[in-house]
Write a protein that binds this ligand. Structure first.
Ligand SMILES: [Zn+2]
Length: 268
């Protein structure tokens, strides 16, 4: 058992809240600092499934990557989703804490974890930040490989989801420099296009930004894209956070088994 107030001090060391983006809502969002914690569940998102998993485990703290209350809510009623979830947590004496952009900019943020899993080395951020390591990562493969083969590596290293991994570009294009942004990386396309990356691995790419990016004239040749599941990419972070927090004495930490990827089936 350890008091949440003490845990919050440890979390601040691992994921300094000052490293979060201004628009972000990190830290404790539900619960009392005086709660005594012995079991923690780490998940990408808070859903009803994750809340039920915490109840089953007897966890008294859930840590998510995505903040539940990123967009402010005007009421906490059980007629709406977020009110329902908050009420469920409070009824079961479960606190909720999130580490989001402040976790992403660390040297072991989700993008770097992906880069390591895909066999990249020599990391630099896509965008440097004042506090931490930076947003996204650009790394180098030991030797050039075909885009299609690299996409298979990406697929093998991430947990399976219903929607397959897709790539844009010539299957036999040789790639060696890889830019990665866990989560929705649309907004980093200009920086990636201007970089020496051959391919950009990210999630939730939309039609127009993706089409413009692959058509963009570049000295280095066209940028290839690999689109992966947002949940699958960031689930790597939940495993890493579980390892880190399990080093704290007095708490048992679990990685959620819930797949919170919204897409459940692909037909073709
Ligand atoms: Zn995300």
């Amino acid at each position: 058992m350890i008091q949440l107030s003490e845990l919050l001090i440890r979390f601040e060391e691992v994921w300094p809240s000052s490293h979060a983006e201004d628009w972000d809502r990190v830290g404790l969002s539900v619960g009392s600092k005086h709660l005594e914690i012995n079991k923690i569940l780490v998940a990408v998102d808070l859903t009803e499934e994750v809340a039920n998993e915490a109840i089953r485990l007897g966890a008294n703290l859930i840590i998510t990557h995505h903040p539940l209350l990123l967009k402010p809510i005007g009421e906490v009623t059980e007629e709406q989703l977020k009110g329902q979830l908050v009420a469920k947590l409070i009824r079961n004496s479960i606190a909720l804490f999130s580490a989001h952009t402040n976790a992403d900019v660390q040297a072991d943020g989700a993008s770097t974890l992906m880069a390591k899993a895909f066999g990249l080395a020599e990391f630099k951020p896509i965008i440097e930040t004042a506090g931490g390591f930076g947003h996204g990562v650009i790394g180098t493969l030991a030797k050039p490989i075909r885009l299609e083969d690299f996409a298979k590596v990406v697929g093998n290293e991430l947990p399976r989801t219903a929607r397959k991994i897709v790539f844009a570009g010539r299957a036999d294009a040789l790639i060696q420099k890889v830019a990665i942004c866990s989560g929705a990386g649309d907004s980093f396309l200009p920086q990636v296009l201007a970089s020496d990356a051959d391919v950009f691995v990210t999630s939730d790419l939309r039609h127009h930004p993706a089409l413009d990016a692959i058509s963009n004239p570049r000295e280095k040749g066209p940028l290839a894209l690999i689109d992966v599941s947002h949940w699958a990419a960031e689930s790597l972070w939940t495993k890493r956070a579980t390892e880190l927090l399990n080093q704290i004495e007095g708490v048992e930490v679990f990685t959620s088994e819930a797949k919170t990827d919204p897409w459940t089936q692909e037909v073709n």
